[in-house]
Design a protein around this ligand. Structure first.
Ligand code: LLP
Length: 415
């Protein structure tokens, strides 16, 4: 369940947030570094933890990962550059580039720095082979099935563009260019449930045995869910590890060599560390509906509009007024954008939903929980709105890890 602001064990508590609100202009993101450490520790049984930085790519968050021996996944040239700035080195598989296509600039970079590539298409494999014979590669296998919290985050099966469908077709290309196959990778989707994740281990074992290649690594991909709702429970990581460990042992015995087990989560490591703080700027009644309009939009937090995602909401009064959590009103929370889909309470089909929330006033604050993953990293400049500030909380100290973008900076790209 989401960590509530009244939780004394969390750094994201009422007292800290009230001081942040006094100091910074809303809306802004806050991350709690303690929570990130806690989540990393839960995965320590895996040989390698690799952070899928697309979930939260701020350099300072990447540095926390690096300090804790977490390796990094990059899916674009920009993400490779971020990893390098954060201190990751292009050796020891610290950075892996994962993609289904590769452009010329990225190809030059991975060749220059000898960054291993997790390859998702046969064309990409050929392009790397031609340019860089002997390059270290992984194959990302599409196991023929997938799952996700939304259709849009399912990355397996024939409706997905991701991965290689028949990995045996990759072998002649690998041989032709003497590429070095070091690992096999599977990622069936994001926000996956336990049953589906289990199926992947079985498929990995079968594929590794069928391919019979002398690999050194297997990767379980990411996809681990987190409890976004109050009644949801965290997943049993230990049980999940045991299934993968069993798969690793079977492959290792079959090939007669040591295989390292890697996991590649994004959401699991950072989602619960983050919140988005916004302020109520208007409250209006539209027919029978109570609309509360805030200063953050889907240009900031995209998930509810894109997938109908649920984020727990807390209200913080602008003054010392007592908020009676029991006295609620069905509320629609919407943003400032000039688009009617700019609503934080909606289903995955785009239908408006209401949330039982305490009675609010203009000037009160709305906190969206569990926005550390795919929050800031999915923001845009829609409606010419600058990217907002990111703050990192370390115990009771906080510092800006990204300042707010200025409108002038935005316009300068065109002038
Ligand atoms: N590995 C690969 C190859 C991936 O494509 C992804 C996510 C991950 C790892 C990390 O998945 P995670 O552990 O975070 O579930 N924007 C969506 C999620 C899209 C995920 C894309 N790929 C959201 O807001 O839920």
């Amino acid at each position: 369940m989401p960590q509530l602001l009244t939780d004394k064990n969390s750094n994201i508590n009422l007292k800290n947030i009230k001081s942040l609100i006094k100091k910074y202009e809303s809306p802004f993101w806050v991350y709690d570094s303690d929570m990130i450490h806690k989540k990393i520790n839960l995965l320590k049984q895996f040989d390698i933890i690799r952070f899928a930085q697309k979930a939260c790519s701020n350099i300072h968050i990447l540095r926390i990962m690096k300090k804790n021996k977490v390796k990094i996944d990059a899916v674009s040239l920009g993400e490779i550059e971020r990893a390098l700035v954060a201190g990751f080195k292009p050796k020891n598989n610290e950075i892996i580039f994962t993609a289904d296509i590769i452009d010329q600039d990225t190809l030059s970079k991975i060749v220059d720095l000898k960054i291993p590539v997790n390859v998702g298409s046969l064309d990409m494999l050929t392009q790397i082979g031609k340019r860089s014979p002997g390059h270290h590669i992984w194959i990302r296998i599409n196991p023929g099935f997938g799952y996700g919290h939304s259709k849009k985050t399912n990355t397996g099966g024939e409706n997905s563009k991701h991965g290689i469908w028949s990995p045996d077709l990759a072998i002649p290309i690998i041989q032709k260019y003497q590429l070095k196959l070091i690992g096999l990778h599977m990622h069936i989707g994001s926000g996956v449930n336990y049953t589906h994740l289990k199926k992947v281990c079985k498929s990995m074992t079968e594929n590794a045995i069928k391919l019979k290649q002398k690999i050194s690594f297997i990767s379980a991909g990411g996809g681990l869910p987190i409890p976004y709702k109050v009644n949801e429970k965290p997943m049993d990581v230990k049980k999940y590890f045991e299934l993968w460990n069993d798969s690793r042992n079977k492959i290792s015995n079959f090939l007669g060599q040591n295989i390292q087990l890697e996991i590649e989560p994004g959401r699991f490591l950072v989602a619960e560390s983050g919140i988005l703080i916004s302020q109520i700027r208007a409250i209006k009644q539209m027919g029978n509906k109570n609309f509360v309009l805030i200063d953050a939009g889907f240009n900031d937090l995209m998930r509810p509009t894109m997938y109908g995602s649920y984020h727990h909401i807390s209200i913080i009064p602008k003054n010392d007024r007592y908020i009676n959590e029991k006295k609620t009103i069905e509320t629609v929370i919407a943003g400032p954008l000039c688009e009617s889909g700019d609503v934080f309470t909606q289903t995955n089909k785009g239908d408006l939903e209401t949330r039982k929330l305490p009675i609010t006033q203009v000037g009160d604050y709305v906190v969206f929980h569990d926005t550390g993953a795919y929050g800031a990293s999915m923001s845009s400049n829609y409606n010419t709105r600058p990217l907002i500030q990111e703050i990192l909380l370390e115990k009771n100290h906080f510092r800006t890890i990204r300042r707010r973008q200025t409108i002038k900076e935005l316009l300068n790209l065109e002038i």
